[in-house]
Design a protein around this ligand. Structure first.
Ligand code: ATP
Ligand code: MG
Length: 421
């Protein structure tokens, strides 16, 4: 029996990888314009890093992490998200001593042991961005604007930016207590999960998908009514900058993030087109995280986009794989050898050329050229070799011209330059 891949971990095949490449290229281009540089961190970290940053009572740490002991009995974990590793690297490499403001982006695989379904996998990919060292609400507005800009640029319009504030260590405890008291009076209506966790993590009840929990919390106290002055002012300024920049958003006071480190501004890009996997990107401020991880007391804000979900949303307009500029059909051994040499010569110059290595009949070679979607076909047989002239067929308009073989290379170079310009 042949070996299969692991459940919930997907191959990205030619034909779909073009969409990935497009989404990644656009991220590099757009994030670059906003002053972000790429950072690459390992896929595996010490387990402790995620427990301490994401929080012991979150879904991720409670049940979704791929944790194992290595051969020296160190507990390691496949990264379930990118922010904690990037902060670990920022602290370890003392990046703040090089520049008081760091704007970083990353792209790569993340791992969570979840129930695989459409838009939810065990290995998935995130493209994320982080800004460290800016307290000012301008940066919140800028990073949100960059996110909206990105979705516009890649042509995904069926999304809404939702905005909330989760307060800070000054105002959140009082809000938590008020929420716990509210929930305590309605325990009978809550689902088992929420009844178990409402004391430790009451905000998560607001995010619960069960109808009972949704109904029971309709009139729950709103976090936005319970912000301290600092958080309230910050939130007001984020909103006014967004207004001035013309960045569209909606307030969602029930939005909760599944990671404990978030403070103040939190946000999600949501869509109606992916069922219950409705968040395509998410993020927020994490002003205490770097200090909690043993680094300097610097504020941070960032987001991560779930690339599989973006790809699903882009699926209707698949990006076509590149088509060869030329297909060379060689008839007979000598012509086939000539075709082969010419093909590699042109490939060395950066021109995409294909041929049929097996030297089949002209008909089957033309079929292959058609399958490639090649724009031109050059047909070379014994006669063409002898006369040093060969027909070049334009597959788009069916026209054909006969060219001297000596000049073919230069002419194709020229044509290909015109094609790419
Ligand atoms: P969800 O509510 O869908 O579980 P989350 O709150 O756990 O999302 P985050 O940790 O904020 O997600 O990650 C940011 C983004 O990464 C999500 O908005 C989503 O697009 C994507 N994502 C998260 N988990 C998965 C997964 N298992 N498979 C595919 N994409 C995922
Ligand atoms: Mg999740």
């Amino acid at each position: 029996m042949s070996i299969t891949g692991i459940k919930g971990m997907n191959d990205i095949l030619p034909g779909e990888v073009e969409t990935w490449q497009f989404l990644e290229e656009q991220a590099r281009k757009i994030f670059g314009a906003y002053g972000f540089s790429e950072i690459r961190v390992p896929v595996v970290e010490k387990t402790e890093l995620f427990c301490r940053s994401i929080g012991e009572t979150t879904d991720i740490v409670e049940k979704e992490m791929y944790t194992f002991d290595d051969k020296s009995s160190n507990s390691l974990t496949l990264r379930p998200e990118g922010t904690a590793p990037v902060m670990r690297s920022f602290i370890q490499n003392r990046l703040h001593t090089k520049d008081p403001v760091a704007k970083l982006y990353y792209m790569g695989a993340m791992f969570r042991y979840e129930r695989p379904q459409k838009g939810r996998y065990r290995q998935f990919h995130q493209v994320g961005a982080e800004v460290i060292g800016v307290e000012d609400p301008k940066i919140d507005a800028q990073i949100l604007t960059m996110l909206v800009h990105y979705f516009d640029a890649v042509g995904i319009s069926d999304v809404t930016l939702q905005l909330n504030s989760l307060g800070c260590p000054e105002c959140r405890p009082a809000y938590r207590s008020a929420l716990i008291a509210f929930l305590e009076a309605r325990l009978d209506s809550l689902c088992d999960d929420c009844r178990r966790r409402y004391q430790k993590n009451p905000l998560r009840v607001l995010d619960c998908k069960s109808t009972g929990c949704k109904e029971a919390t309709v009139d729950a106290p709103s976090v936005l009514d319970n912000l301290c002055e600092g958080c309230d002012t910050h939130f007001g300024k984020v909103r006014s900058h967004l207004g001035r920049l013309g960045t569209p958003y909606e307030i969602n006071a029930r939005m909760v993030r599944g990671l404990d480190y978030y403070t103040k501004t939190t946000f999600e890009m949501v869509t109606d087109s992916l069922g219950s996997q409705n968040a395509v990107a998410a993020g927020g401020r994490y002003d205490g995280l770097i200090k909690d991880l043993g680094g300097p007391a610097l504020p941070g804000i960032g987001f991560a986009m779930g690339m599989e979900r973006l790809v699903l949303m882009k699926n209707e307009e698949r990006i076509e794989p590149a088509k060869p500029a030329l297909f060379i059909a060689g008839l007979g051994e000598a012509a086939s050898d000539y075709a082969f040499e010419l093909m590699v010569k042109l490939q060395r110059k950066g021109i995409h050329v294909e041929m049929d290595y097996e030297g089949k009949s002209l008909k089957s070679q033309l079929r292959r050229a058609d399958k490639f979607g090649s724009r031109r076909v050059l047909i070379i047989g014994e006669e063409e070799l002898a006369s040093q002239k060969a027909p070049l067929r334009n597959m788009e308009d069916g026209s054909q011209e006969t060219l001297p073989l000596q000049e073919i290379e230069d002419m194709l170079l020229d044509l290909s330059k015109r094609d790419s310009s």
